[in-house]
Design a protein around this ligand. Structure first.
Ligand code: HEM
Ligand code: HEM
Length: 198
């Protein structure tokens, strides 16, 4: 009988975990406030989302090992190898984001950033307030309309990305027999020392 020695490894630092769950809450709140016409609350939550993104993106350069972009941005070839192995139901294990998940994270952050940029622009050109007011007060209605379209279009894209994100989390949790959302809560993963999981 083979003996399996397991050990707990810290993967996600507090900032990554805090960012994730606050972003989830803020995203839901931003959506609901937009639907119920709570414009001022929507803008406040929008600033929170913008701040979260700035902090997390900075952390991607200076944070702990698995928080760094350099840890999870893989080459297209590595993504393809990972996806092929995943379809064979035999993907290699990664402590941080796997190559496919890493790109999903990057695209999610990019879409959220577009939401934030278009949102802060809209605050200036529609509400006539906010940090960009001085810079953008002369913007034509036509451009204001385009940014408002962009804001709504990126939201549609985000629904697709979030669906893909959740599907990826469920599939990877099943394939690696590990509870990824739980790891995003505690910060720890349990690894099998014998298998030398990386
Ligand atoms: C990422 C989360 C966000 C979601 C889901 C979201 C969603 C929406 C939606 C659906 C609308 C259209 C409401 C309507 O006309 O019926 C809207 C409008 C608006 N949002 Fe956001 N938004 C987000 C982030 C932000 C951010 C970060 C800001 C700025 C700080 C912002 C500022 C605005 C403003 C000023 C409008 C009014 C634009 C208009 O009247 O056309 N939003 N948002
Ligand atoms: C109940 C809903 C959600 C669950 C259970 C969930 C779960 C997770 C898990 C387990 C990870 C780590 C993936 C890995 O191990 O590689 C993760 C990462 C991530 N998720 Fe979610 N997620 C949810 C909703 C969302 C939403 C709504 C967004 C965007 C608005 C989002 C954006 C992200 C981002 C940006 C990361 C990367 C985190 C980082 O590296 O800082 N998630 N999520």
């Amino acid at each position: 009988m083979t003996e399996h020695t397991t050990t707990q490894v810290k993967v996600w630092d507090g900032l990554v975990r805090g960012f994730h769950w606050l972003m989830l809450l803020a995203f839901v709140a931003a959506y609901l406030t937009s639907q119920f016409g709570m414009q001022q609350t929507h803008i406040l939550i929008g600033y929170l989302i913008t701040l979260l993104l700035i902090v997390r993106i900075t952390w991607g350069f200076v944070g702990s090992q698995h928080a760094r972009f350099s840890d999870f941005i893989a080459t297209p070839a590595a993504v393809w190898r990972y996806l092929k192995a995943s379809f064979r139901n035999d993907p290699p294990h990664y402590l941080g984001h796997n190559p496919a998940g890493g790109w999903m994270v990057l695209v999610l952050m990019g879409a959220l950033l577009l939401m934030a940029i278009s949102g802060v622009i809209l605050v200036a050109v529609i509400e006539f307030e906010g940090p960009l007011l001085g810079l953008l007060s002369g913007m034509s209605d036509q451009w204001a309309y385009r940014f408002s379209e962009l804001h709504e279009w990126v939201l549609d894209l985000l629904w697709l990305l979030i669906a893909g994100h959740l599907l990826g989390v469920v599939v990877a949790s099943i394939q690696h027999k590990e509870n990824l959302p739980h790891a995003m809560v505690t910060g720890y993963k349990t690894i099998n020392k014998d298998k030398g999981k990386q």
